[in-house]
Design a protein around this ligand. Structure first.
Ligand SMILES: [Zn+2]
Length: 657
């Protein structure tokens, strides 16, 4: 097998233009000197540049597709020559599936919607688009420019169910069903979507194989493949994973994606847009601040990923000087942390299940998130906001590492894979702490037995209240009334905000001791509620719930609510990354840019350590000394002041000779 260069890279730049029919000056401003000067200043490990965007026009002179009429100079050639000169890897931004001009020229290649209409600009993965255009064009670029990789845009996230004759016939051959379902709820809907996902995967496998066949060391990445929106077991021959997280509120998107990509067993990066806009796109795109880019970068590298910065140059390909000065500062920020970030692995603590079975039963076909991950992301946020380190795993990842997790949260997963259900009793009996949520738990015979409850009547829709420290917090339903059958009631469900007046007599939260562990069930959609509201009383309730269920986390912190941590192992060092998510002035839907990250502190970190550490240091090193103590197997460190990010590095003591 060819070597995978993405395993050793840490910082990249991505440029794309989405060349179209209206362009008039593509490449006009691109020169060897311009690129050399920018990249020598910034020092990326790899560069991604424009090749073909969603309009389908190439920005290089193609022989097999449609070149933009606006090509003045072959910018791709210059990008290749300068990257080669500087020893940088060059990756193509190439849009697949979403291709306006190819579908306009070849209507037969189009995806067909459920109503029988051809969808403009979208290809069917079973059509000739793959073999007549996409693969020949990728091979052309390899042959003519000797590129080092493809970052395929559109593609998985732009794919939706196709009802063309090819797809219907193939589905009929596979299943005997001649009339495919048109909407959720119709018979065979799940089988139809499974078939559609197989169509996409077969298509993606063919182009990845074609690229590797032509140049084995040329890497293939498909934007958002195997991310939160595609939680399948990674089987396609893609070499690294990546996604460009949302330009606004990117920190929150990166939070979930980094933790999921980090669980997938492939090299990965996340791409931060270096620009954003308020008020949808009507405000005009503008470059983000250094503070915001560093905050987003820190989220990625704190989880062991490589960082890529997305730059959208003017149509001429000019690299704007002040923007690249800013990128150089962000590059310095991540390089100062590279030695304690790159190549680290998560220390298993808590895991949240992001199940494929649940996801594909509720998402927007084929790979749109819809609201299918609200509960999953709510559980992840609840753990991180409470100061815990947490992984996000699909079924296979969870089962593989189940015994290593002290706490497992299965948030409103309906349905839940049978193999997961089957593994839970032993996990708990052996000392695992399990939190389940949702009205469906008590209605599932196996889970109800495990939880020590039974359903008592129908779920109650509408808003209810949960008691917390003498107050209450509103949470949407449905809530399942339960009878106790071995479990204890932990909190009562309330019908209104006055705890003494609004009792319902049924438990909202139950706990059952089983073997050496516990099963805690929240009998309503509490994590979906947390995702949607982040109500402080709900956070307090969930923090108390986790604390009572799980008393042995390896790390905990005393810090303002803006601080989230990751716990990573790198060689013999344990690294606690501290990320300050604060913003000043406060952000809002009309103020999406983080201008300044107000420093916080002190932040106290307590880390379980059987042995006294050899050394404890902060990266980057602060001005003040870093006092620490170790007793009763617990290291306590107080970081006086946290800016955007710092890594607390705990070195093992040298073995006694
Ligand atoms: Zn089709």
């Amino acid at each position: 097998m060819a070597s995978n260069w993405h395993e050793s890279v840490f910082f990249g730049l991505h440029y794309d233009l989405h060349a179209d029919a209206e362009d008039t000056e593509l490449g006009a401003a691109v020169s060897h000197k311009l690129l050399r000067s920018a990249w020598q200043r910034i020092g990326p490990d790899w560069v991604q540049c424009d090749c073909k965007g969603h309009p389908g026009y190439t920005s290089y002179p193609t022989r097999v597709g449609t070149a933009s009429p606006g090509i003045v100079r072959d910018a791709l050639r210059i990008h290749r020559e300068v990257t080669q000169e500087l020893g940088l890897l060059l990756v193509m931004h190439y849009s697949g599936i979403w291709d306006e001009v190819a579908i306009a020229q070849h209507p037969d290649w189009a995806r067909v919607a459920a109503d029988g209409s051809r969808v403009p600009g979208r290809a069917c993965p079973r059509g000739d688009y793959l073999t007549a255009l996409l693969i020949p064009q990728m091979l052309e670029v390899i042959d003519d420019y000797d590129v080092d990789g493809f970052w395929v845009d559109g593609d998985v996230w732009a794919t939706q169910p196709c009802y063309c004759e090819r797809c219907r016939a193939a589905f009929a051959t596979q299943t005997g069903i001649t009339t495919p379902p048109r909407a959720a709820g119709e018979p065979s809907w799940s089988a139809w979507l499974t078939f559609q996902r197989q169509s996409y995967e077969t298509y993606a496998r063919r182009y990845a194989d074609a690229v590797h066949g032509r140049k084995p060391e040329c890497l293939v990445c498909t934007n958002w493949l195997y991310s939160v929106r595609h939680p399948d077991v990674p089987t396609l021959p893609v070499d690294f994973l990546s996604g460009d997280f949302s330009h606004a509120w990117g920190l929150e998107r990166a939070l979930a994606e980094a933790r999921f990509l980090g669980s997938r067993g492939r090299p990965w990066n996340l791409m931060a847009w270096t620009f954003s806009t308020g008020e949808d796109i009507h405000g005009g795109w503008n470059t983000k601040t250094k503070a915001q880019l560093c905050q987003e970068a820190a989220e990625v590298i704190s989880n062991g990923g490589a960082l890529c910065l997305y730059v959208h140059p003017p149509r001429s390909g000019h690299l704007v000087g002040w923007q690249h000065d800013l990128l150089a500062e962000v590059a310095d920020f991540v390089r100062a942390r590279q030695a304690v970030s790159q190549g680290s692995t998560s220390v298993p603590q808590a895991a949240v299940l992001h199940g494929q079975v649940h996801y594909y039963a509720h998402n927007e076909p084929l790979y749109g998130l819809g609201q299918a991950t609200y509960a999953v992301e709510g559980a992840l946020h609840a753990l991180l906001d409470a100061g815990y380190h947490a992984d996000l795993q699909n079924e296979q990842g969870l089962l593989r590492y189940l015994s290593t997790y002290g706490l497992v949260v299965i948030p409103e997963q309906d349905p839940l894979a049978e193999e997961v259900t089957a593994a839970l009793p032993e996990y708990v009996e052996q000392g695992g702490q399990l939190i389940l949520s949702g009205h469906q738990v008590a209605r599932n015979p196996t889970l109800a037995r495990l939880a020590g409850v039974s359903a008592a009547g129908d779920p109650r829709p509408g808003f209810h209240q949960l008691p917390t420290a003498g107050e209450t917090v509103a949470v949407a339903g449905p809530w399942q009334p339960v009878r106790l059958a071995g479990a204890q009631a932990q909190l009562e469900l309330l019908a209104g905000p006055e705890p003494a007046r609004h009792r319902t007599g049924t438990a909202a939260i139950t706990t059952r001791l089983l073997g050496r562990g516990t099963v805690t069930v929240v009998h309503g959609p509490v994590f979906r509620a947390y995702y949607r509201t982040r109500y402080p009383r709900l956070r307090r309730l969930l923090r108390a719930l986790v604390r009572s269920a799980w008393q042995t986390p390896a790390v905990d912190i005393e810090a303002p609510g803006s601080v989230a941590l990751t716990l990573r192992q790198r060689g013999s060092s344990t690294v606690v990354h501290l990320l300050n998510r604060a913003a000043d002035p406060p952000t809002s839907p009309r103020q999406v840019m983080v201008e300044r990250v107000p420093p916080v502190g002190p932040v106290t970190v307590r880390l379980h350590r059987l042995q006294r550490p050899g050394a404890v240091r902060l990266v980057p090193a602060g001005d003040e000394s870093l006092p620490w103590t170790w007793d009763d197997h617990r290291l306590t460190v107080t970081v006086p002041r946290l800016e955007v990010h710092a890594a607390l590095v705990v070195e093992a003591a040298s073995p006694v000779a």
